[in-house]
Write a protein that binds this ligand. Sequence first.
Ligand code: PLP
Length: 393
Amino acid sequence: MMQVVPAFGRIGEENAFAVLARADALSAAGRDVINLGIGQPDMPTPAHIVEAGIKALRDGHHGYTPATGILPLREAVSRDIHRRHGVAVSPESVMIVPGGKVTMFMAILMFGEPGAEILYPDPGFPIYRSMIAFTGARPVPVPIREENGFAFSADETLALITPKTRLLIVNAPANPTGGVTPKAEIDTLVKGLAAHPDVAILSDEIYGTMTYDGEAHHSLLTYEEIRDRLIYLDGASKTYAMTGWRLGWSVWPTPLYEAARKLAVNAHSCVNAATQWAGIAALDESQDCVAEMVAAFDRRRRIVVAGLNDLPDISCIMPKGAFYAFPNVGGTGWRAKALASALLEEAGVAVIGGPDFGVHGEGYIRLSYANSAENILRALERMKAFLSERKPG
Ligand code: PLP
């Protein structure tokens, strides 16, 4: 009898992919499904980025690259970080990885083991908890609360740190809530972390370009006092509508860089070479495409939030970042996952139940507004009809 190691009994996944598969199956069977489930921009990758990828293939970039990524791309990441955050980061600390997920995978593998504790946002991106559990470490959820506008609370986070805490994961702008944490709160967190010098920090800033209403994104990279233990996670998936290209990057403190490089050599060797050249075009050429995408998301954000607040027994605060709305559905009497499932099966609207992002997600559902305004309006109409006709079963 084959025996897979017990860690695989603890690994989780992202239910968004299961919902996507179910939505696709229903569509293939002839149903009209509006997908507000999956977290990816609905726009194509900007043409100049696609052209750079094609040119790289034509120019013969077909082989392995260094495991840490090609130097011109690492330099472009350094320039991007300097332009956006005003921080000098050496290309020698930048690692190119196949997607944002890979940085969290590596960081959690580096710090997770039985007896260790890792703090992560709940509700939050499900892979944090999944990978922490996989390593045998204890996943310690940091509750993310609607009354704080879905920002994390520095005091609540700091209070959860124990002598066993090895890694703290923070994410803003946040999935699934759209929460953005104000600078004052980050200041308090960083100040408090001075008392815990052994705790490493993973800052997931993959939605860093997507904030609204003049809200600024405050990168943890700007705090010099934690740079020696900060892992910065970013990538092209969301900002440049490149989810399928698999391109991410991270900044590592010097002592961890070698470990990350070795993990890359063991796992994937390098990122697809043409994708890396496309990444240079994404970062170095005009950022107008990003501004246009964010403006489109902003318009849809207003439509979706207004529409949700118009639904019976549902309320939704205005998210300040990313492209998700996280309405409170507690008043409907539905359990969140049952509601998400009934909306898909009966109303043809794919959304994700809040508990798929952690126990503190009960009472909420996540809608991605990375879809056309027309589809969002149709989905809201269907939800309205559904909620007025169908009572919790
Ligand atoms: N981090 C967060 C918070 C995300 O929401 C996602 C994707 O949904 C990722 C990381 C992973 O991005 P990628 O597709 O680049 O691996």
